[in-house]
Design a protein around this ligand. Structure first.
Ligand code: SAM
Length: 271
């Protein structure tokens, strides 16, 4: 018996099997793979993942769905079903229990949209044990993750994800493929964590403070937006000059390399 969807938990079940197959295929799963699924729902994607991977760790918050999944996958010992809030779990230790030394887990998930950003941050935090992630998110978020400098979608989420991972926009899924229908179109993105960040910076924490300040007031010229860091105008101006960035520039036109150079120059004047 299908469960009545709870909108407050972001429950929009993907019913169109052709999209479920495309998602499962996008992760290029092999029998030795360990997969983390966030929000398995009624288990349609879980079933396809179990057909392709060695082990699936599925985290579902809704006890009613967990009960349904337990009966659907009774006797399936390659599935570890965890009832809980994915944001509260220590994913690194959870996944390490199932991984052989040196290997990484994959993530495949149609994530609940009310917590998209916290989930992405959580995955970044757990990147030491993660390889490739195939995520279904709101199209607008997917565009921000995969944006290029100079586009209107380019912002701090782009920089955060692309600093740690290679990204690829795979395909869109229309609202009609889900029950109940979400209000927005969805997109599937591949986020592949890199062994090393894309650029080297002197201080990662400071780099992200600069990025947040720069994009926090994206319509302002960067030299004005950076004032929120509490640095003197002169220090900002000379750091920009040393980094080879024009004083009229706005954050949205700066590449990751330029942002890292700027943060390093500011770090020198800040330290
Ligand atoms: N995977 C299913 C599918 O493709 O049809 C369901 C996807 S639905 C968009 C999101 C799922 O995430 C729901 O089953 C919901 O109950 C679950 N969920 C919501 N918040 C969660 C949380 N904090 N931790 C774990 N699961 C959560």
């Amino acid at each position: 018996m299908p469960v009545k969807a709870k909108k407050r938990l972001g429950q929009h079940f993907l019913r169109d099997r052709s999209y479920l197959i495309r998602i499962a295929e996008a992760a290029s799963l092999r029998p030795e793979d360990v997969v983390l699924e966030i929000g398995p729902g009624e288990g349609d994607l879980t079933e396809l993942l179990l057909e392709r991977a060695g082990r699936v760790i599925a985290v579902e918050i809704d006890p009613e769905l967990v009960a349904l999944l337990r009966s659907r996958f009774q006797g399936e010992d390659r599935l570890a079903l965890i009832q809980g809030d994915v944001l509260k779990l220590d994913l690194t230790s959870l996944l390490s229990e199932h991984l052989s030394v040196g290997s990484k887990a994959k993530v495949v998930a149609n994530i609940p949209y009310y917590i998209t950003s916290p989930i992405i941050e959580k995955l970044i935090e757990s990147r030491r044990v993660l390889g490739e992630c195939v995520l279904t998110v709101q199209r607008e978020v997917a565009r921000r993750i995969c944006a290029v400098p100079g586009s209107k979608e380019y912002g701090s989420l782009t920089v955060l994800v692309q600093y740690f991972a290679d990204v690829e926009l795979l395909f869109d899924i229309p609202p009609g493929a889900f029950r109940p229908r979400p209000k927005v179109t969805s997109s599937v993105v591949r986020i592949s964590f890199r062994e090393r960040p894309r650029v080297e910076v002197k201080d990662e924490g400071f780099f992200f403070r600069v990025v947040r300040a720069a994009f926090g007031q994206r319509r302002k010229m960067i030299k004005n937006a950076l004032r929120s860091l509490g640095l003197a105008d002169e220090a900002i101006r000379s750091a920009m000059e040393r980094a080879g960035i024009s004083l009229e520039e706005r954050a949205e036109s700066l590449t990751l390399e330029q942002l890292s150079r700027l943060a390093d120059e500011l770090f020198v004047s800040h330290a």
